[in-house]
Design a protein around this ligand. Structure first.
Ligand code: SF4
Length: 89
């Protein structure tokens, strides 16, 4: 974990999947990225707080919903995490 934290690079931030893509599971529930999907860290409806479903995405403003983050995000900021296309760096 220290190696990941010490490997932080601001240049990797623009490549983070969670900034411009979604991950969707087989039931249609949406996540900030595939890492969050595997950890069951769902995007929640901003008002009703239930797990957001793809059928609601077009009528829900996602801009004001904060990305769910945890220690695994240090993998991304180190350039080795989720970009929906392999390593960022
Ligand atoms: S693991 Fe964290 S930083 Fe990486 S894409 Fe997912 S939410 Fe964003």
């Amino acid at each position: 974990m220290n190696l990941l934290k010490d490997s932080f690079s601001a240049a990797n931030m623009q490549g983070l999947m969670c900034l411009n893509q979604l991950s969707i599971d087989w039931e249609g529930y949406v996540y900030d990225c595939d890492f969050n999907q595997m950890l069951n860290m769902n995007i929640r409806h901003p008002v009703k707080r239930h797990k957001l479903h793809i059928s609601e995405v077009l009528k829900t403003c996602l801009e004001n919903i904060p990305v769910s983050i945890a220690d695994h995000c240090y993998g991304c900021t180190a350039g080795q995490g989720s970009s929906c296309g392999g390593a960022i760096a």
